[in-house]
Design a protein around this ligand. Structure first.
Ligand SMILES: Cc1cc2nc3c(=O)[nH]c(=O)nc-3n(C[C@H](O)[C@H](O)[C@H](O)COP(=O)(O)OP(=O)(O)OC[C@H]3O[C@@H](n4cnc5c(N)ncnc54)[C@H](O)[C@@H]3O)c2cc1C
Ligand code: SF4
Length: 496
């Protein structure tokens, strides 16, 4: 089959690894994706890649994965070679192979007038195969530099930074305030979207390579930040951007209104068999999720697994169109409506809704009703994004029953309060301010991931972790053998 390579795109149609049937998967907490995939099918999919002279897919991938190379290697059945190619740009390809929204795919040249290569499925399959074959093993450095680096935060940014810095020979300690390593990959993203065994085996790999982990260590709260600066040659802040955005309307103080992250984390802990204080369980309840994004979708899917009576997901935004708008051409990310995996499983989506209040109808101190206006928006395109400009109310004072309200309307920056008296500068968006070399205004203190970019996606966090490792290596050693990323800062040696 793969011997008539190239031109597989003329012979095979797009066929990604599927999700499990929605009615079956909503009854359990196992991963929503099909467990098994067919080698021959994946080789055909790799064969669809046209090996374009200008691989625009790579431009769509925030870490510049060398997509045509691994597509080709998979099509020829060289899975080990494909894994090596993938690891050259991505420390944790299963993190992205399972959770990435895959901005590479709409940027694939085939997507111009046809169905793109199923890059994300191929990436997942390479990583799955690597683990199954025992090809993913600890890679410890040959020599040690004697330099010590503290990484604060153990999400994908902190873990990628730690692995790269350790492989450059530095002694790395990761400090994490939670009781588990993994950041949002463990506490936040539901178990059915990303199985926690996938984080554990990477943590084991890093540990075997020599990275030290300290959980239950809230820097700036139970360990002074200055202690890290005194004991380490460099510090990397990879603390995420988990400060939730508030919904400042009447009745917000009522019981039954929760932050999405509190809700999702409690279910993560229950799934892990850990003690959960004041569990939030939607069983038999009317649930309203505020926010039309991914966090909201994860709340919808969790509420269904908890057997909620009704789930409504509310978005203030306009519903995306079915067709790509004319002013949103390839290879831009298409501004279209996408049915989420969560809504495939059930629930109702409401768009153009502005929440105006929460009501306690029986005076028991808990929310019973959500009050909202139906609105219309005018939009303007700014730098390939549609930005809302004005809102018009169409219908006022509508209500819907709500026993549980989950607030998932976004995040407003890094939780920087523990660093308030350190002199670290923040940006107007409440992220940690860094320069071209990813260093803060404090010498030797760097920032990466969501803490630097604002709430983003896993692949960006991994890319930032890789980049900050190179910046720190140059800061410590005057040069670096760590690979520069194709997309994010690439400081020339000696610039610092
Ligand atoms: C519910 C949800 C679902 C998502 N789903 C997806 C998805 O499907 N695909 C995708 O690509 N992206 C998804 N994202 C986004 C993605 O998870 C993040 O962009 C990514 O995890 C950011 O990585 P990070 O390492 O920068 O930060 P985080 O993962 O947020 O990790 C930061 C870590 O720092 C720790 N920390 C903070 N302050 C301190 C301190 N003072 N001392 C010690 N430790 C500290 C925190 O406890 C945390 O463990 C989702 C996000 C959410 C909230
Ligand atoms: S990391 Fe995401 S964007 Fe990059 S190749 Fe994989 S699926 Fe595509």
């Amino acid at each position: 089959m793969a011997d008539d390579h190239p031109n597989g795109f003329l012979k095979f149609s797009r066929d990604p690894i599927p999700y499990r049937d929605p009615t079956a998967r909503v009854a359990d907490y196992d991963e929503v994706y099909a467990k098994e995939w067919d080698e021959e099918q994946l080789r055909e999919q790799g064969n669809r890649c046209m090996d374009c002279g200008v691989p625009t897919c790579m431009g769509g991938c925030p870490i510049g994965n060398i997509i045509p190379d691994f597509n080709d290697l998979v099509s020829r059945g060289n899975w080990f070679g494909a894994l090596v190619r993938l690891h050259a740009t991505n420390n944790f390809p299963e993190f992205t192979g399972y959770t990435c929204p895959a901005p590479c795919e709409p940027a694939c040249v085939l997507a111009y007038n046809s169905a793109p290569v199923t890059i994300k499925s191929i990436e997942r399959a390479i990583a799955d195969r690597g683990w199954a074959e025992g090809w993913i093993n600890p890679e410890s450095p040959m020599t040690r530099t004697g330099k010590r680096v503290a990484v604060v935060g153990s999400g994908p940014a902190g873990l990628a930074a730690a692995q790269q810095l350790n492989r450059a020979g530095h002694e790395v300690t990761v400090f994490e305030r939670d009781d588990e390593i993994g950041g949002l990959m463990v506490y936040g993203i539901p178990d059915f979207k990303f199985g926690k065994y996938q984080v554990k085996r990477r943590v084991d790999q890093l540990q075997a390579e020599g990275v030290l982990f300290r959980t239950g260590t809230n820097i700036g709260v139970n360990v002074p930040f200055q202690e890290l600066r005194d004991k380490f040659n460099a510090v990397c802040l990879a603390i995420g951007a988990q400060l939730p955005r508030e919904v400042p309307v009447a009745g917000r103080q009522l019981d039954g209104i929760y932050w999405a992250m509190e809700y999702l984390t409690k279910e993560n802990r229950r799934q892990a068999g850990k003690k959960v204080q004041a569990m939030i369980d939607a069983n038999g309840r009317n649930v309203v999720v505020l926010g039309g994004g991914d966090t909201g979708a994860d709340c919808v899917a969790t509420a269904h697994r908890q057997k909620a009576r009704q789930v409504v997901q509310i978005s203030i935004n306009l519903r995306g169109s079915e067709e790509r708008p004319g002013d949103n051409p390839w290879p831009e990310w298409p501004m279209i409506y996408r049915k989420t995996y969560a809504i495939e499983e059930g629930g109702v989506e409401e768009f153009n809704v502005n929440v105006t209040g929460f009501v306690d109808t029986n005076n028991d101190g808990a929310v019973d009703q959500l009050v909202y206006d139906r609105v219309e928006w005018t939009y303007e395109k700014k730098e390939s994004r549609m930005v809302r400009t004005a809102m018009k109310v169409i219908e006022e004072g509508l209500t819907t029953p709500a026993d549980i309200v989950l607030v998932a309307i976004g995040f407003k920056g890094a939780e920087s309060a523990p660093f308030a008296n350190t002199g670290i500068e923040l940006t107007p968006r409440n992220t940690i301010k860094t320069d071209y070399n990813m260093m803060t205004n404090l010498p030797g203190v760097f920032a990466a991931g969501d803490a630097n970019r604002g709430q983003s996606i896993v692949v960006w966090a991994i890319g930032e972790g890789r980049d900050v490792a190179r910046c720190i290596d140059i800061y410590l050693m005057g040069g670096s053998q760590l690979p520069p990323s194709l997309r994010t800062p690439n400081p020339p040696i000696g610039r610092l």
